[in-house]
Design a protein around this ligand. Sequence first.
Ligand SMILES: Cc1cc2nc3c(=O)[nH]c(=O)nc-3n(C[C@H](O)[C@H](O)[C@H](O)COP(=O)(O)OP(=O)(O)OC[C@H]3O[C@@H](n4cnc5c(N)ncnc54)[C@H](O)[C@@H]3O)c2cc1C
Length: 459
Amino acid sequence: MALLETAGVPNGGVSFWYSQIGRPESGSPLAGDDECDVCIVGGGLTGLWTAYYLAKADPGLRISVLEAEFVGYGASGRNGGWLSAELPGSLARYARGPHGAEGAERLVTALRATVDEVIAVCRDEGIEADIVRGGVVFVARTPAQLARLHADEPEPPAKLLTAEEVTQRIAVAGALGGHLDPDCARVQPARLVQGLAAVVRRLGVTIHERTRVTAIEPGLARTSGGTVRAPYVLRCLEGYTAGLAGQRRTWLPMNSAIVVTEPLGAERWASIGWANSELLGDNAHAYCYAQRTADGRIALGGRGIPYRFGSRTDVDGRTQAWTIESLRRTLADLFPQIADVRLAQAWCGVLGVPRDWCASVSLDPGTGLGWAGGYVGNGLSATNLAGRTLCDLVLDADSDLRRLAWTNRRVRRWEPEPFRWLGVRAMYGLYRIADRRETAKRLDRTSRVGRFADVISGR
Ligand SMILES: Cc1cc2nc3c(=O)[nH]c(=O)nc-3n(C[C@H](O)[C@H](O)[C@H](O)COP(=O)(O)OP(=O)(O)OC[C@H]3O[C@@H](n4cnc5c(N)ncnc54)[C@H](O)[C@@H]3O)c2cc1C
């Protein structure tokens, strides 16, 4: 696994989470044509949760997962480890979909219950993923961020925090207030996805790694190693969807990057607190997200350079020097007391963003083609709920999951290049300007530039 140095920091290697547990051996690729009952394309959490619930519901089903690299190679093995109940997208937009406001409320409730579900499955199946349910703290560090934080009354058990309450938990510089949602947990992403893959294999699911799907058609998935025929073919590729024939404009592969520090000693931790392993995020437009790792480091992520022209993706998680420097500055800004800490690794990955920034889970009973994704950075628990939803759609089970707001909704496609690239660059440029203005001018509400960026992004 190539770990190059960029800006003095080991860069890539898929993710630090794999540096911790070791890169898994890739299993056997598909060798020749095959057939099964359900063919799942993509071995991330969406594909694996779908396989898990299908195999549990009907142990006789022949299920195959086709994965281009190794399971958990994508976002599922690289993410920030926020197992959160956050809705991927806007409640109002979901409410305008085929299942109305009730479907949107059902989705919110189901996502909240999903955090429990993931933790329960991990416990019951013996998946060790460093899970700690410490909640998530969002900190406001400018008056405009505080105004956004106070705009909506938090729904219990979530609550607002004063500046003192934030810093008593985590000594973030310049905190003006915060928001705590206790229903979230920290995980080690690679342990979760590799643990789940082992369970799925034990349940009899076939996983072909180093098997890249080149095209999906009703009843089959084509790969360089052969064609798999199945009445159901499920596309579970999230940020990699654009790499498939005919899907270039379906979901935009949005880049996110993370840096992780060396372990901080007891003295440094004493200056920060963070005793409950909460997840930590901010309320900036170009927001950041962080966790305290099980081995006493800070992993901090953010947007970096958001999008590569033509929907290209990274090589083994290698990110740009600019992004590493930007995350290093964010870390030092949040925690000046550890500004000199060494970074142990940097990496990036892609997540899937639909044109309307809302996720979808669909199955066309006529063709047997289905898909799930577009979780816009909130995929860790959403993949579990999506897997259960896809399972019920395939089995034609009459369940509430089929009436969630994201089920069988249609989303328009992204613009062709160069408009896609220009649009995303402009949007994130504007968000950065908005953050700078709100900070420099101490604005007490979202700057006009930020509101304009929201409009052009279609969020
Ligand atoms: C840096 C980063 C941080 C994030 N942080 C968080 C977080 O803290 N909390 C949260 O909720 N969400 C987070 N997300 C989002 C979340 O990780 C994803 O939404 C989720 O993991 C998507 O899972 P998936 O299985 O749909 O896709 P992926 O995990 O990306 O899996 C897709 C799989 O398909 C494979 N593949 C690609 N092309 C092909 C092909 N042609 N044929 C076969 N296989 C193929 C890939 O190798 C990959 O393994 C983050 C994402 C990133 C990138």
